[in-house]
Design a protein around this ligand. Structure first.
Ligand SMILES: [Fe+2]
Length: 443
C-alpha cells in the first residue's frame, strides 16, 4: 500500500532529525561554509518553508510566529563572484534565536502540517498545489534536498563539533572498476518531463523536449582521486593553458592546489570523510569531488571535455533499440543495488561498485556516487514557466549563465529525488558539492 502523506512527512522529518543529531550543541551556530548560514538557520528554515507553502499558502491560515516565518523563509545562494550581491533573502540577524525556541517552532509547524492533510485535499478542485498532494511532495523534496546541503556543510565542519554515530558503517574501500572507454552512438534524448507525467516536478523539469545528440566516446567510470592526483602532480593547478579565463582567476584567487576534500598532515595526504581523515590510498578509487572549473581543467589535460546535459541523458537513459529508459538500469524503482545514493553508505564508494546500475551502454555510476557535472549552463527548457505559487525564483533566479546543470545523485541524495528529469545546479566555482565528472571525446 502506498505511504500516506503523514507517513511520508514523518519519514522525512525523522531523516532530518537524524542528520541534525550528528551535531554537538555548540555546532548549531557554526558556519563551516562562509557562503551558507549557520546550521541553526536550517532548523528553522525547513518548517518555515513548509508553513509558508501549506499553512499560509494553500490554506491561507493565520501565522502563529510571523517573525520566524519571515526570518527563516529563504536561504542564501550568494553570487560567489560578488559576495555583496545576494538573491532576495531576509537580513541575517545579529544573534540567532535560542535553539529551544526554534525547535518549539518546528514542532508546532509539524503538528499543524499533520492536521492539514484533509483540508489540503479538500482544496484539490480549485488549487493546483493541493491536487495530488503536490504541495506536500514539494515540501518533502525541499527538505530532502536540504538534508544533502546540510551533509556537505557538515563535511567541512570541525570534527569536534559533530559525533560519529554508532550505527554508521565504516567507509567503503577496495579496488574500483578498471578505467575503460565506451562509444555512445548518435541518437535522440528526451530532457525534462510533462508535469502531468510527474505528479510533482520542479518548474525547471518541464516542459519536456527531444534533442538530437551526436555520437561520442565516454569514460565508463568517473575520474577517481587517484587519477586526479596525477593531474595535481603534473602541476595541473599551475598551468594557465588548462583553465578557462574565469576559472583560472578564481583558482588563483582561492589559491587552489588540490580538491577541497583533500588535506595534508605531517607530509601525508588524507581525504576528509564526514567523521575522520581517511588515508588517501584508501580513497584512491573513489570518484574525486571537485568544482566544475577543476573538472574542466582536468578534462583538458586529458585531451577531452566533460559531458553536456543531453550527452548525460544519452549515456544514462538511451538504449541500442532507440528507446529510452526511466533509469540507467531500466524501469525498476531505485534501490540500494542500483547505486550509491539514499545514504546507503554515507560516503563515496570505489567507482563501478554498483554494476547492476550501469546503463545500456555499460556506463557506470551515472546515478549515484556523486552528482555528475555537466558543462551545460542551467536554463529553462523552451516554454519554461515559473509556475510554482510563491516560489517564482526557485529556478529562474539562477538562469544567469554562471550556474551549471548536474545530473544523477550523490551518496547523500534521497531515492525520492532519483528521476530522469531531475536537475540540480551549482556555480562553476563552488567546490563543496558531492560532485564528480568523467571525460568525453568526439567519436
Ligand atoms: Fe530552502
Amino acid at each position: 500500500m502506498a505511504e500516506t502523506v503523514i507517513e511520508r512527512l514523518n519519514n522525512v522529518w525523522a531523516r532530518t532529525d537524524r542528520i541534525f543529531d550528528l551535531l554537538v550543541p555548540e555546532g548549531y551556530l557554526a558556519q563551516p561554509i562562509a557562503l551558507r548560514h549557520p546550521f541553526i538557520f536550517y532548523v528553522g528554515h525547513l518548517p518555515a518553508f513548509a508553513w509558508n507553502h501549506v499553512g499560509a499558502g494553500v490554506l491561507g491560515q493565520p501565522s502563529f510566529n510571523a517573525a520566524f516565518d519571515e526570518l527563516f523563509s529563504r536561504g542564501i545562494d550568494p553570487d560567489v563572484d560578488d559576495p555583496t550581491h545576494c538573491h532576495a533573502h531576509p537580513d541575517v540577524p545579529d544573534t540567532w534565536p535560542a535553539l529551544a525556541d526554534v525547535l518549539a517552532y518546528r514542532d508546532r509547524v509539524r503538528a499543524a502540517l499533520r492536521e492539514s492533510v484533509e483540508a489540503v485535499s479538500a482544496r484539490a478542485g480549485d488549487e493546483l498545489m493541493a491536487r495530488d498532494g503536490r504541495v506536500f511532495t514539494m515540501i518533502i523534496e525541499h527538505e530532502l534536498m536540504h538534508q544533502e546541503t546540510l551533509l556537505y556543510m557538515m563535511q567541512r565542519l570541525d570534527f569536534d563539533l559533530k559525533v560519529r554515530p554508532a550505527w554508521l558503517p565504516p567507509v567503503p574501500s577496495g579496488p574500483g572498476r578498471r578505467p575503460a572507454v565506451v562509444h555512445v552512438p548518435a541518437g535522440l534524448a528526451t530532457l525534462g518531463a510533462g508535469l502531468a507525467e510527474l505528479g510533482f516536478g520542479w518548474d525547471n523539469e518541464s516542459p519536456s523536449r527531444q534533442v538530437s545528440v551526436p555520437g561520442f566516446r565516454v569514460d565508463e567510470t568517473p575520474v577517481t582521486n587517484g587519477q586526479f592526483l596525477a593531474f595535481v602532480e603534473d602541476r595541473g593547478y599551475e598551468r594557465r593553458e588548462l583553465w578557462t579565463g574565469d576559472d583560472w582567476s578564481w583558482a588563483r584567487d582561492e589559491r587552489l592546489v588540490s580538491p577541497a576534500a583533500w588535506t595534508e598532515q605531517r607530509g601525508r595526504r588524507f581525504h576528509r570523510g564526514l567523521f575522520e581523515l581517511v588515508p588517501f590510498e584508501r580513497t584512491a578509487d573513489w570518484p574525486v569531488y571537485v568544482s566544475l572549473a577543476e573538472a574542466r581543467a582536468y578534462a583538458r589535460w586529458r585531451g577531452g571535455r566533460i559531458l553536456t546535459e543531453p550527452e548525460f541523458h544519452r549515456a544514462a537513459f538511451g538504449d541500442p533499440s532507440g528507446a529510452e529508459r526511466p533509469y540507467p538500469w531500466g524501469a525498476a524503482a531505485p534501490a540500494d543495488r542500483h547505486g550509491n545514493f539514499d545514504l546507503r553508505c554515507w560516503s563515496p564508494a570505489p567507482v563501478g561498485s554498483s554494476p547492476e546500475g550501469a546503463s545500456a551502454w555499460g556506463v557506470h555510476d551515472l546515478v549515484g556516487n556523486g552528482w555528475e557535472w555537466t558543462d551545460t549552463p542551467f536554463a529553462g527548457f523552451p516554454g519554461f514557466e515559473a509556475w510554482i505559487p510563491g516560489y517564482a525564483g526557485y529556478s529562474a533566479d539562477f538562469f544567469d549563465g554562471k550556474h551549471f546543470v548536474l545530473k544523477g545523485a550523490s551518496w547523500a541524495t534521497a531515492a525520492e529525488l532519483v528521476r530522469r528529469s531531475f536537475r540540480n545546479w551549482y556555480q562553476a566555482h563552488y567546490p563543496y558539492v558531492f560532485a564528480k565528472f568523467r571525460c568525453v571525446r568526439p567519436e
